[in-house]
Design a protein around this ligand. Structure first.
Ligand code: NAD
Ligand code: HP7
Length: 304
């Protein structure tokens, strides 16, 4: 049975990690968050230690690490994006493997630092890239792989609409702060940029046409695909047919075929954890392309 600790345990996504740990027979032995609004732990792991100060949390983990029977195998990281690098390297240095939320880091150079610390500590980092494990995406990938085997020069014309509506709180929180979240193309777009890398490989062109606080759009070209993408956190941008019925609309249109993957997300964290525990997790190298794509979008001047 694997033993886990968690950083950022009081936030929105932490319960999905706690549920994954529980469903896979693991134990959450300790949790840390600077906020103490963390009662959700009781419904999943009532015996877990909890700390609001990093010093006390790390002291506790170092004590556990002395003994094979108490040592923590994995630290799960659910903190804001700009803290991932520090939390990942600290957790690796505590002698634990790490499972970290997306985006792994904000800059490609930070991934190189993580890879160095992995070498220094002999511990591994895994990234949650849950869209790759979505049923609709698995079918789409096998269809594209088959098509490209038969016709390596095939060209796909794709449109991505990725709308996850958010209230005013979003812009007030760290998520609305470019320096902390990387902006919406990074915080939310990273999912479909990774998806496109997963389906089509590395891009040969990455242009951003608009970058606002609520929406962004751009174009990507791959060896076998041209992709126009639109991303928004504004409910007004939802397609008319879903407005009022669902707050999110995530779809990729390939030619005339529309693959909608708004639903089916609930268990993807558990599947992601299962993949890590069974040795098929996505390491730092797997995240290089999507981090590079989002960093480039953040830094490039807009193409008019
Ligand atoms: P959140 O703001 O709800 O939670 C973040 C938590 O981190 C808060 O409880 C906060 O108190 C805590 N925190 C902040 N600074 C800290 C520090 N120095 N030390 C310890 N704790 C600290 O955000 P969230 O939505 O839960 O997002 C957390 C991470 O998960 C982000 O990286 C985000 O991008 C990612 N996320 C991924 C998905 C997904 O679909 N995979 C969904 C939502 C969020
Ligand atoms: N919600 C909250 O209550 N709090 C939050 O912090 C976020 C959402 P979905 P997820 O906004 O930061 C997506 O759109 O899929 C509410 C991104 N993930 O399904 O869970 C929301 O208002 C993720 O990378 O949200 O998360 C809805 O009512 C990004 O960090 C409900 O939860 C996160 O938004 C469900 O909202 C974010 C994907 O797109 C896969």
């Amino acid at each position: 049975m694997k033993r886990f600790a968690m950083i950022g345990a009081a936030g929105y996504i932490a319960p999905r990690h706690m549920k994954a740990i529980k469903e896979l027979g693991g134990t959450l032995v300790a949790a840390y968050d600077k906020s103490d609004s963390v009662g959700v732990i009781d419904s999943i792991s009532p015996d877990s230690e909890f700390f609001t100060e990093f010093e006390r949390f790390s002291h506790y983990i170092y004590q556990l690490q002395r003994n094979e029977t108490t040592k923590v195998d994995y630290i799960s990281i659910c903190s804001p994006n700009y803290l991932h690098l520090s939390h990942i390297t600290l957790a690796l240095r505590m002698g634990c493997d790490v499972i970290c939320e997306k985006p792994l880091v904000l800059k490609k150079a930070d991934l190189e630092e993580i890879q160095l610390v992995e070498q220094e500590t002999g511990k591994r980092l895994y990234n949650i890239l849950q869209l790759r494990l979505h049923d609709a995406v698995i079918s789409l990938k096998s269809q594209i792989d088959q098509d490209l085997l038969e016709n390596p020069d095939k060209q796909y014309d794709c449109e991505i609409q990725y709308i996850t509506s958010r209230g005013k709180w979003y812009q007030e929180s760290w998520k609305g702060d470019m320096s902390k979240s990387g902006g919406i193309a990074t915080n939310i777009g990273v999912h479909f940029f990774d998806l496109l890398y997963h389906l089509f490989g590395e891009p040969i062109l990455n242009e951003n046409y608009f970058q606002g606080s609520h929406s962004s759009k751009g174009k990507l070209k791959f060896k076998n695909a041209n992709v126009n993408w639109f991303l928004s956190v504004n409910s007004e941008d939802l397609p008319e047919e879903v407005k009022g019925n669902q707050p999110t609309f995530r779809a990729i249109k390939i030619g005339d075929e529309l693959v909608e993957f708004s639903k089916g997300f609930t268990d993807l964290h558990t599947i992601s954890y299962k993949e890590v525990l069974e040795g098929r997790g996505f390491g730092a190298q797997e995240a290089v392309c999507c981090i590079e794509m989002t960093e480039s979008i953040r830094n490039q001047s807009l193409i008019s």
